[in-house]
Design a protein around this ligand. Structure first.
Ligand SMILES: Cc1cc2nc3c(=O)[nH]c(=O)nc-3n(C[C@H](O)[C@H](O)[C@H](O)COP(=O)(O)OP(=O)(O)OC[C@H]3O[C@@H](n4cnc5c(N)ncnc54)[C@H](O)[C@@H]3O)c2cc1C
Length: 290
């Protein structure tokens, strides 16, 4: 489809994507093949480096890019692997360098073809954003919040989005196609309701899990047999788990996980105690054993 559109030159006029998280960046990248102009907006002040931001606060936690995701990323953003490697990010073999404790035991190590980059979500998003910024028919408007839908015919057809900048300037972005990639706190149901469409049905799944994270300086020579560890919860007996992955800047990113009311604490001593209480010692050892 990508080739067809490029060969025939048939393009629609313009598309607007609300939200420049991972979903918005992918969407905008793909639309740039089909629309003459793509505008990607985000209410955050999108940083020019790999930094956390309020609009995607979950970005500080462990995020795993699986193999299929990595392949799609490389196809849509040619050169992104090399760009990520400039940040000296580790590669992890999922069968020989990962330990995954499930509720029945642990998988035996073996050499597999499944190898992925391991980095923070913040870095991945920043690099994707840098690629998207270079696309000539695509513009990113940061500090620009979607505040309502725009309709030229009293709400019969949505023909754009009303936005407001952090300086208080309001204007309309007209579009042939408008996509909502604002994540779980999307204002779209509210926008639709105010135009008389009613709210779409919402399905809410309560995972009942809580996470607390830490960054650890990785030792120069990893004394452990693994590069990453996942201690999965084993309910109902054991409601605690944890995950440790290597990321850029020679760091380990750790998330301790608790289910129900048993949430991992943030205070230092209690955090270590929680790590120590996991049914496997590997993550705790990473805190204390070198
Ligand atoms: C602890 C934890 C671990 C996770 N691990 C994984 C994992 O390993 N792999 C995985 O695939 N997923 C994981 N997830 C889920 C993942 O974080 C989300 O599914 C993903 O971030 C959703 O991406 P998104 O682009 O749809 O939304 P978001 O990342 O939430 O981005 C939404 C964007 O919209 C912007 N925005 C919001 N409202 C407006 C508005 N009115 N106007 C303009 N902009 C607006 C925000 O600023 C933000 O940039 C994890 C989540 C958590 C909490």
């Amino acid at each position: 489809m990508e080739t067809d559109a490029k060969q025939t030159g048939q393009k629609f006029d313009n598309a607007v994507v609300m939200g420049a998280g991972i979903a918005g960046l992918f969407t905008a990248r793909i639309f740039s093949d089909f629309f003459k102009k793509v505008t990607l907006i985000d209410k955050d002040d999108l940083p020019n480096e790999a930094l956390s931001r309020k609009g995607a606060a979950q970005g500080d936690h462990v995020h795993i890019l699986l193999k299929q995701g990595q392949m799609i990323l490389s196809r849509l953003f040619p050169g992104i692997d090399a760009e990520l490697e400039k940040f000296n990010i580790p590669r992890v073999n999922w069968a020989s360098e990962s330990v995954w404790y499930n509720r029945f035991g642990a998988s035996s190590p073996y050499l597999s073809q499944i190898e992925t980059h391991s980095c923070s979500r913040i870095l991945l998003e920043f690099i994707m954003r840098r690629f998207v910024t270079r696309i000539p028919n695509l513009q990113i408007l940061s500090k620009t919040e979607a505040v309502g839908l725009y309709s030229i015919n009293m709400g019969k057809t949505i023909t754009g989005v009303q936005v407001k900048t952090s300086e208080g300037k309001e204007f309309t972005l007209e579009s042939d196609l408008l996509v909502d990639a604002c994540g779980r706190n999307s204002p779209l149901p509210h926008f639709l309701k105010s135009l008389g469409f009613g709210s779409p049905e919402t399905i809410s799944v309560e995972s009942n899990l809580g996470y607390a994270g830490r960054l650890l300086k990785k030792p120069k020579n990893n004394p452990f047999a693994w590069k990453q560890v996942y201690v999965q919860l084993a309910p109902p007996e054991n409601q605690r788990g944890g995950i440790l992955i290597p990321i850029e800047n020679d760091l380990w990113l750790v998330n301790l996980i608790g289910a129900g009311s048993d949430r991992p604490p943030v205070e230092e001593k209690a955090y270590l105690e929680f790590a120590k209480s996991l049914r496997k010692p590997d993550i705790y050892q990473a805190f204390v054993d070198f």
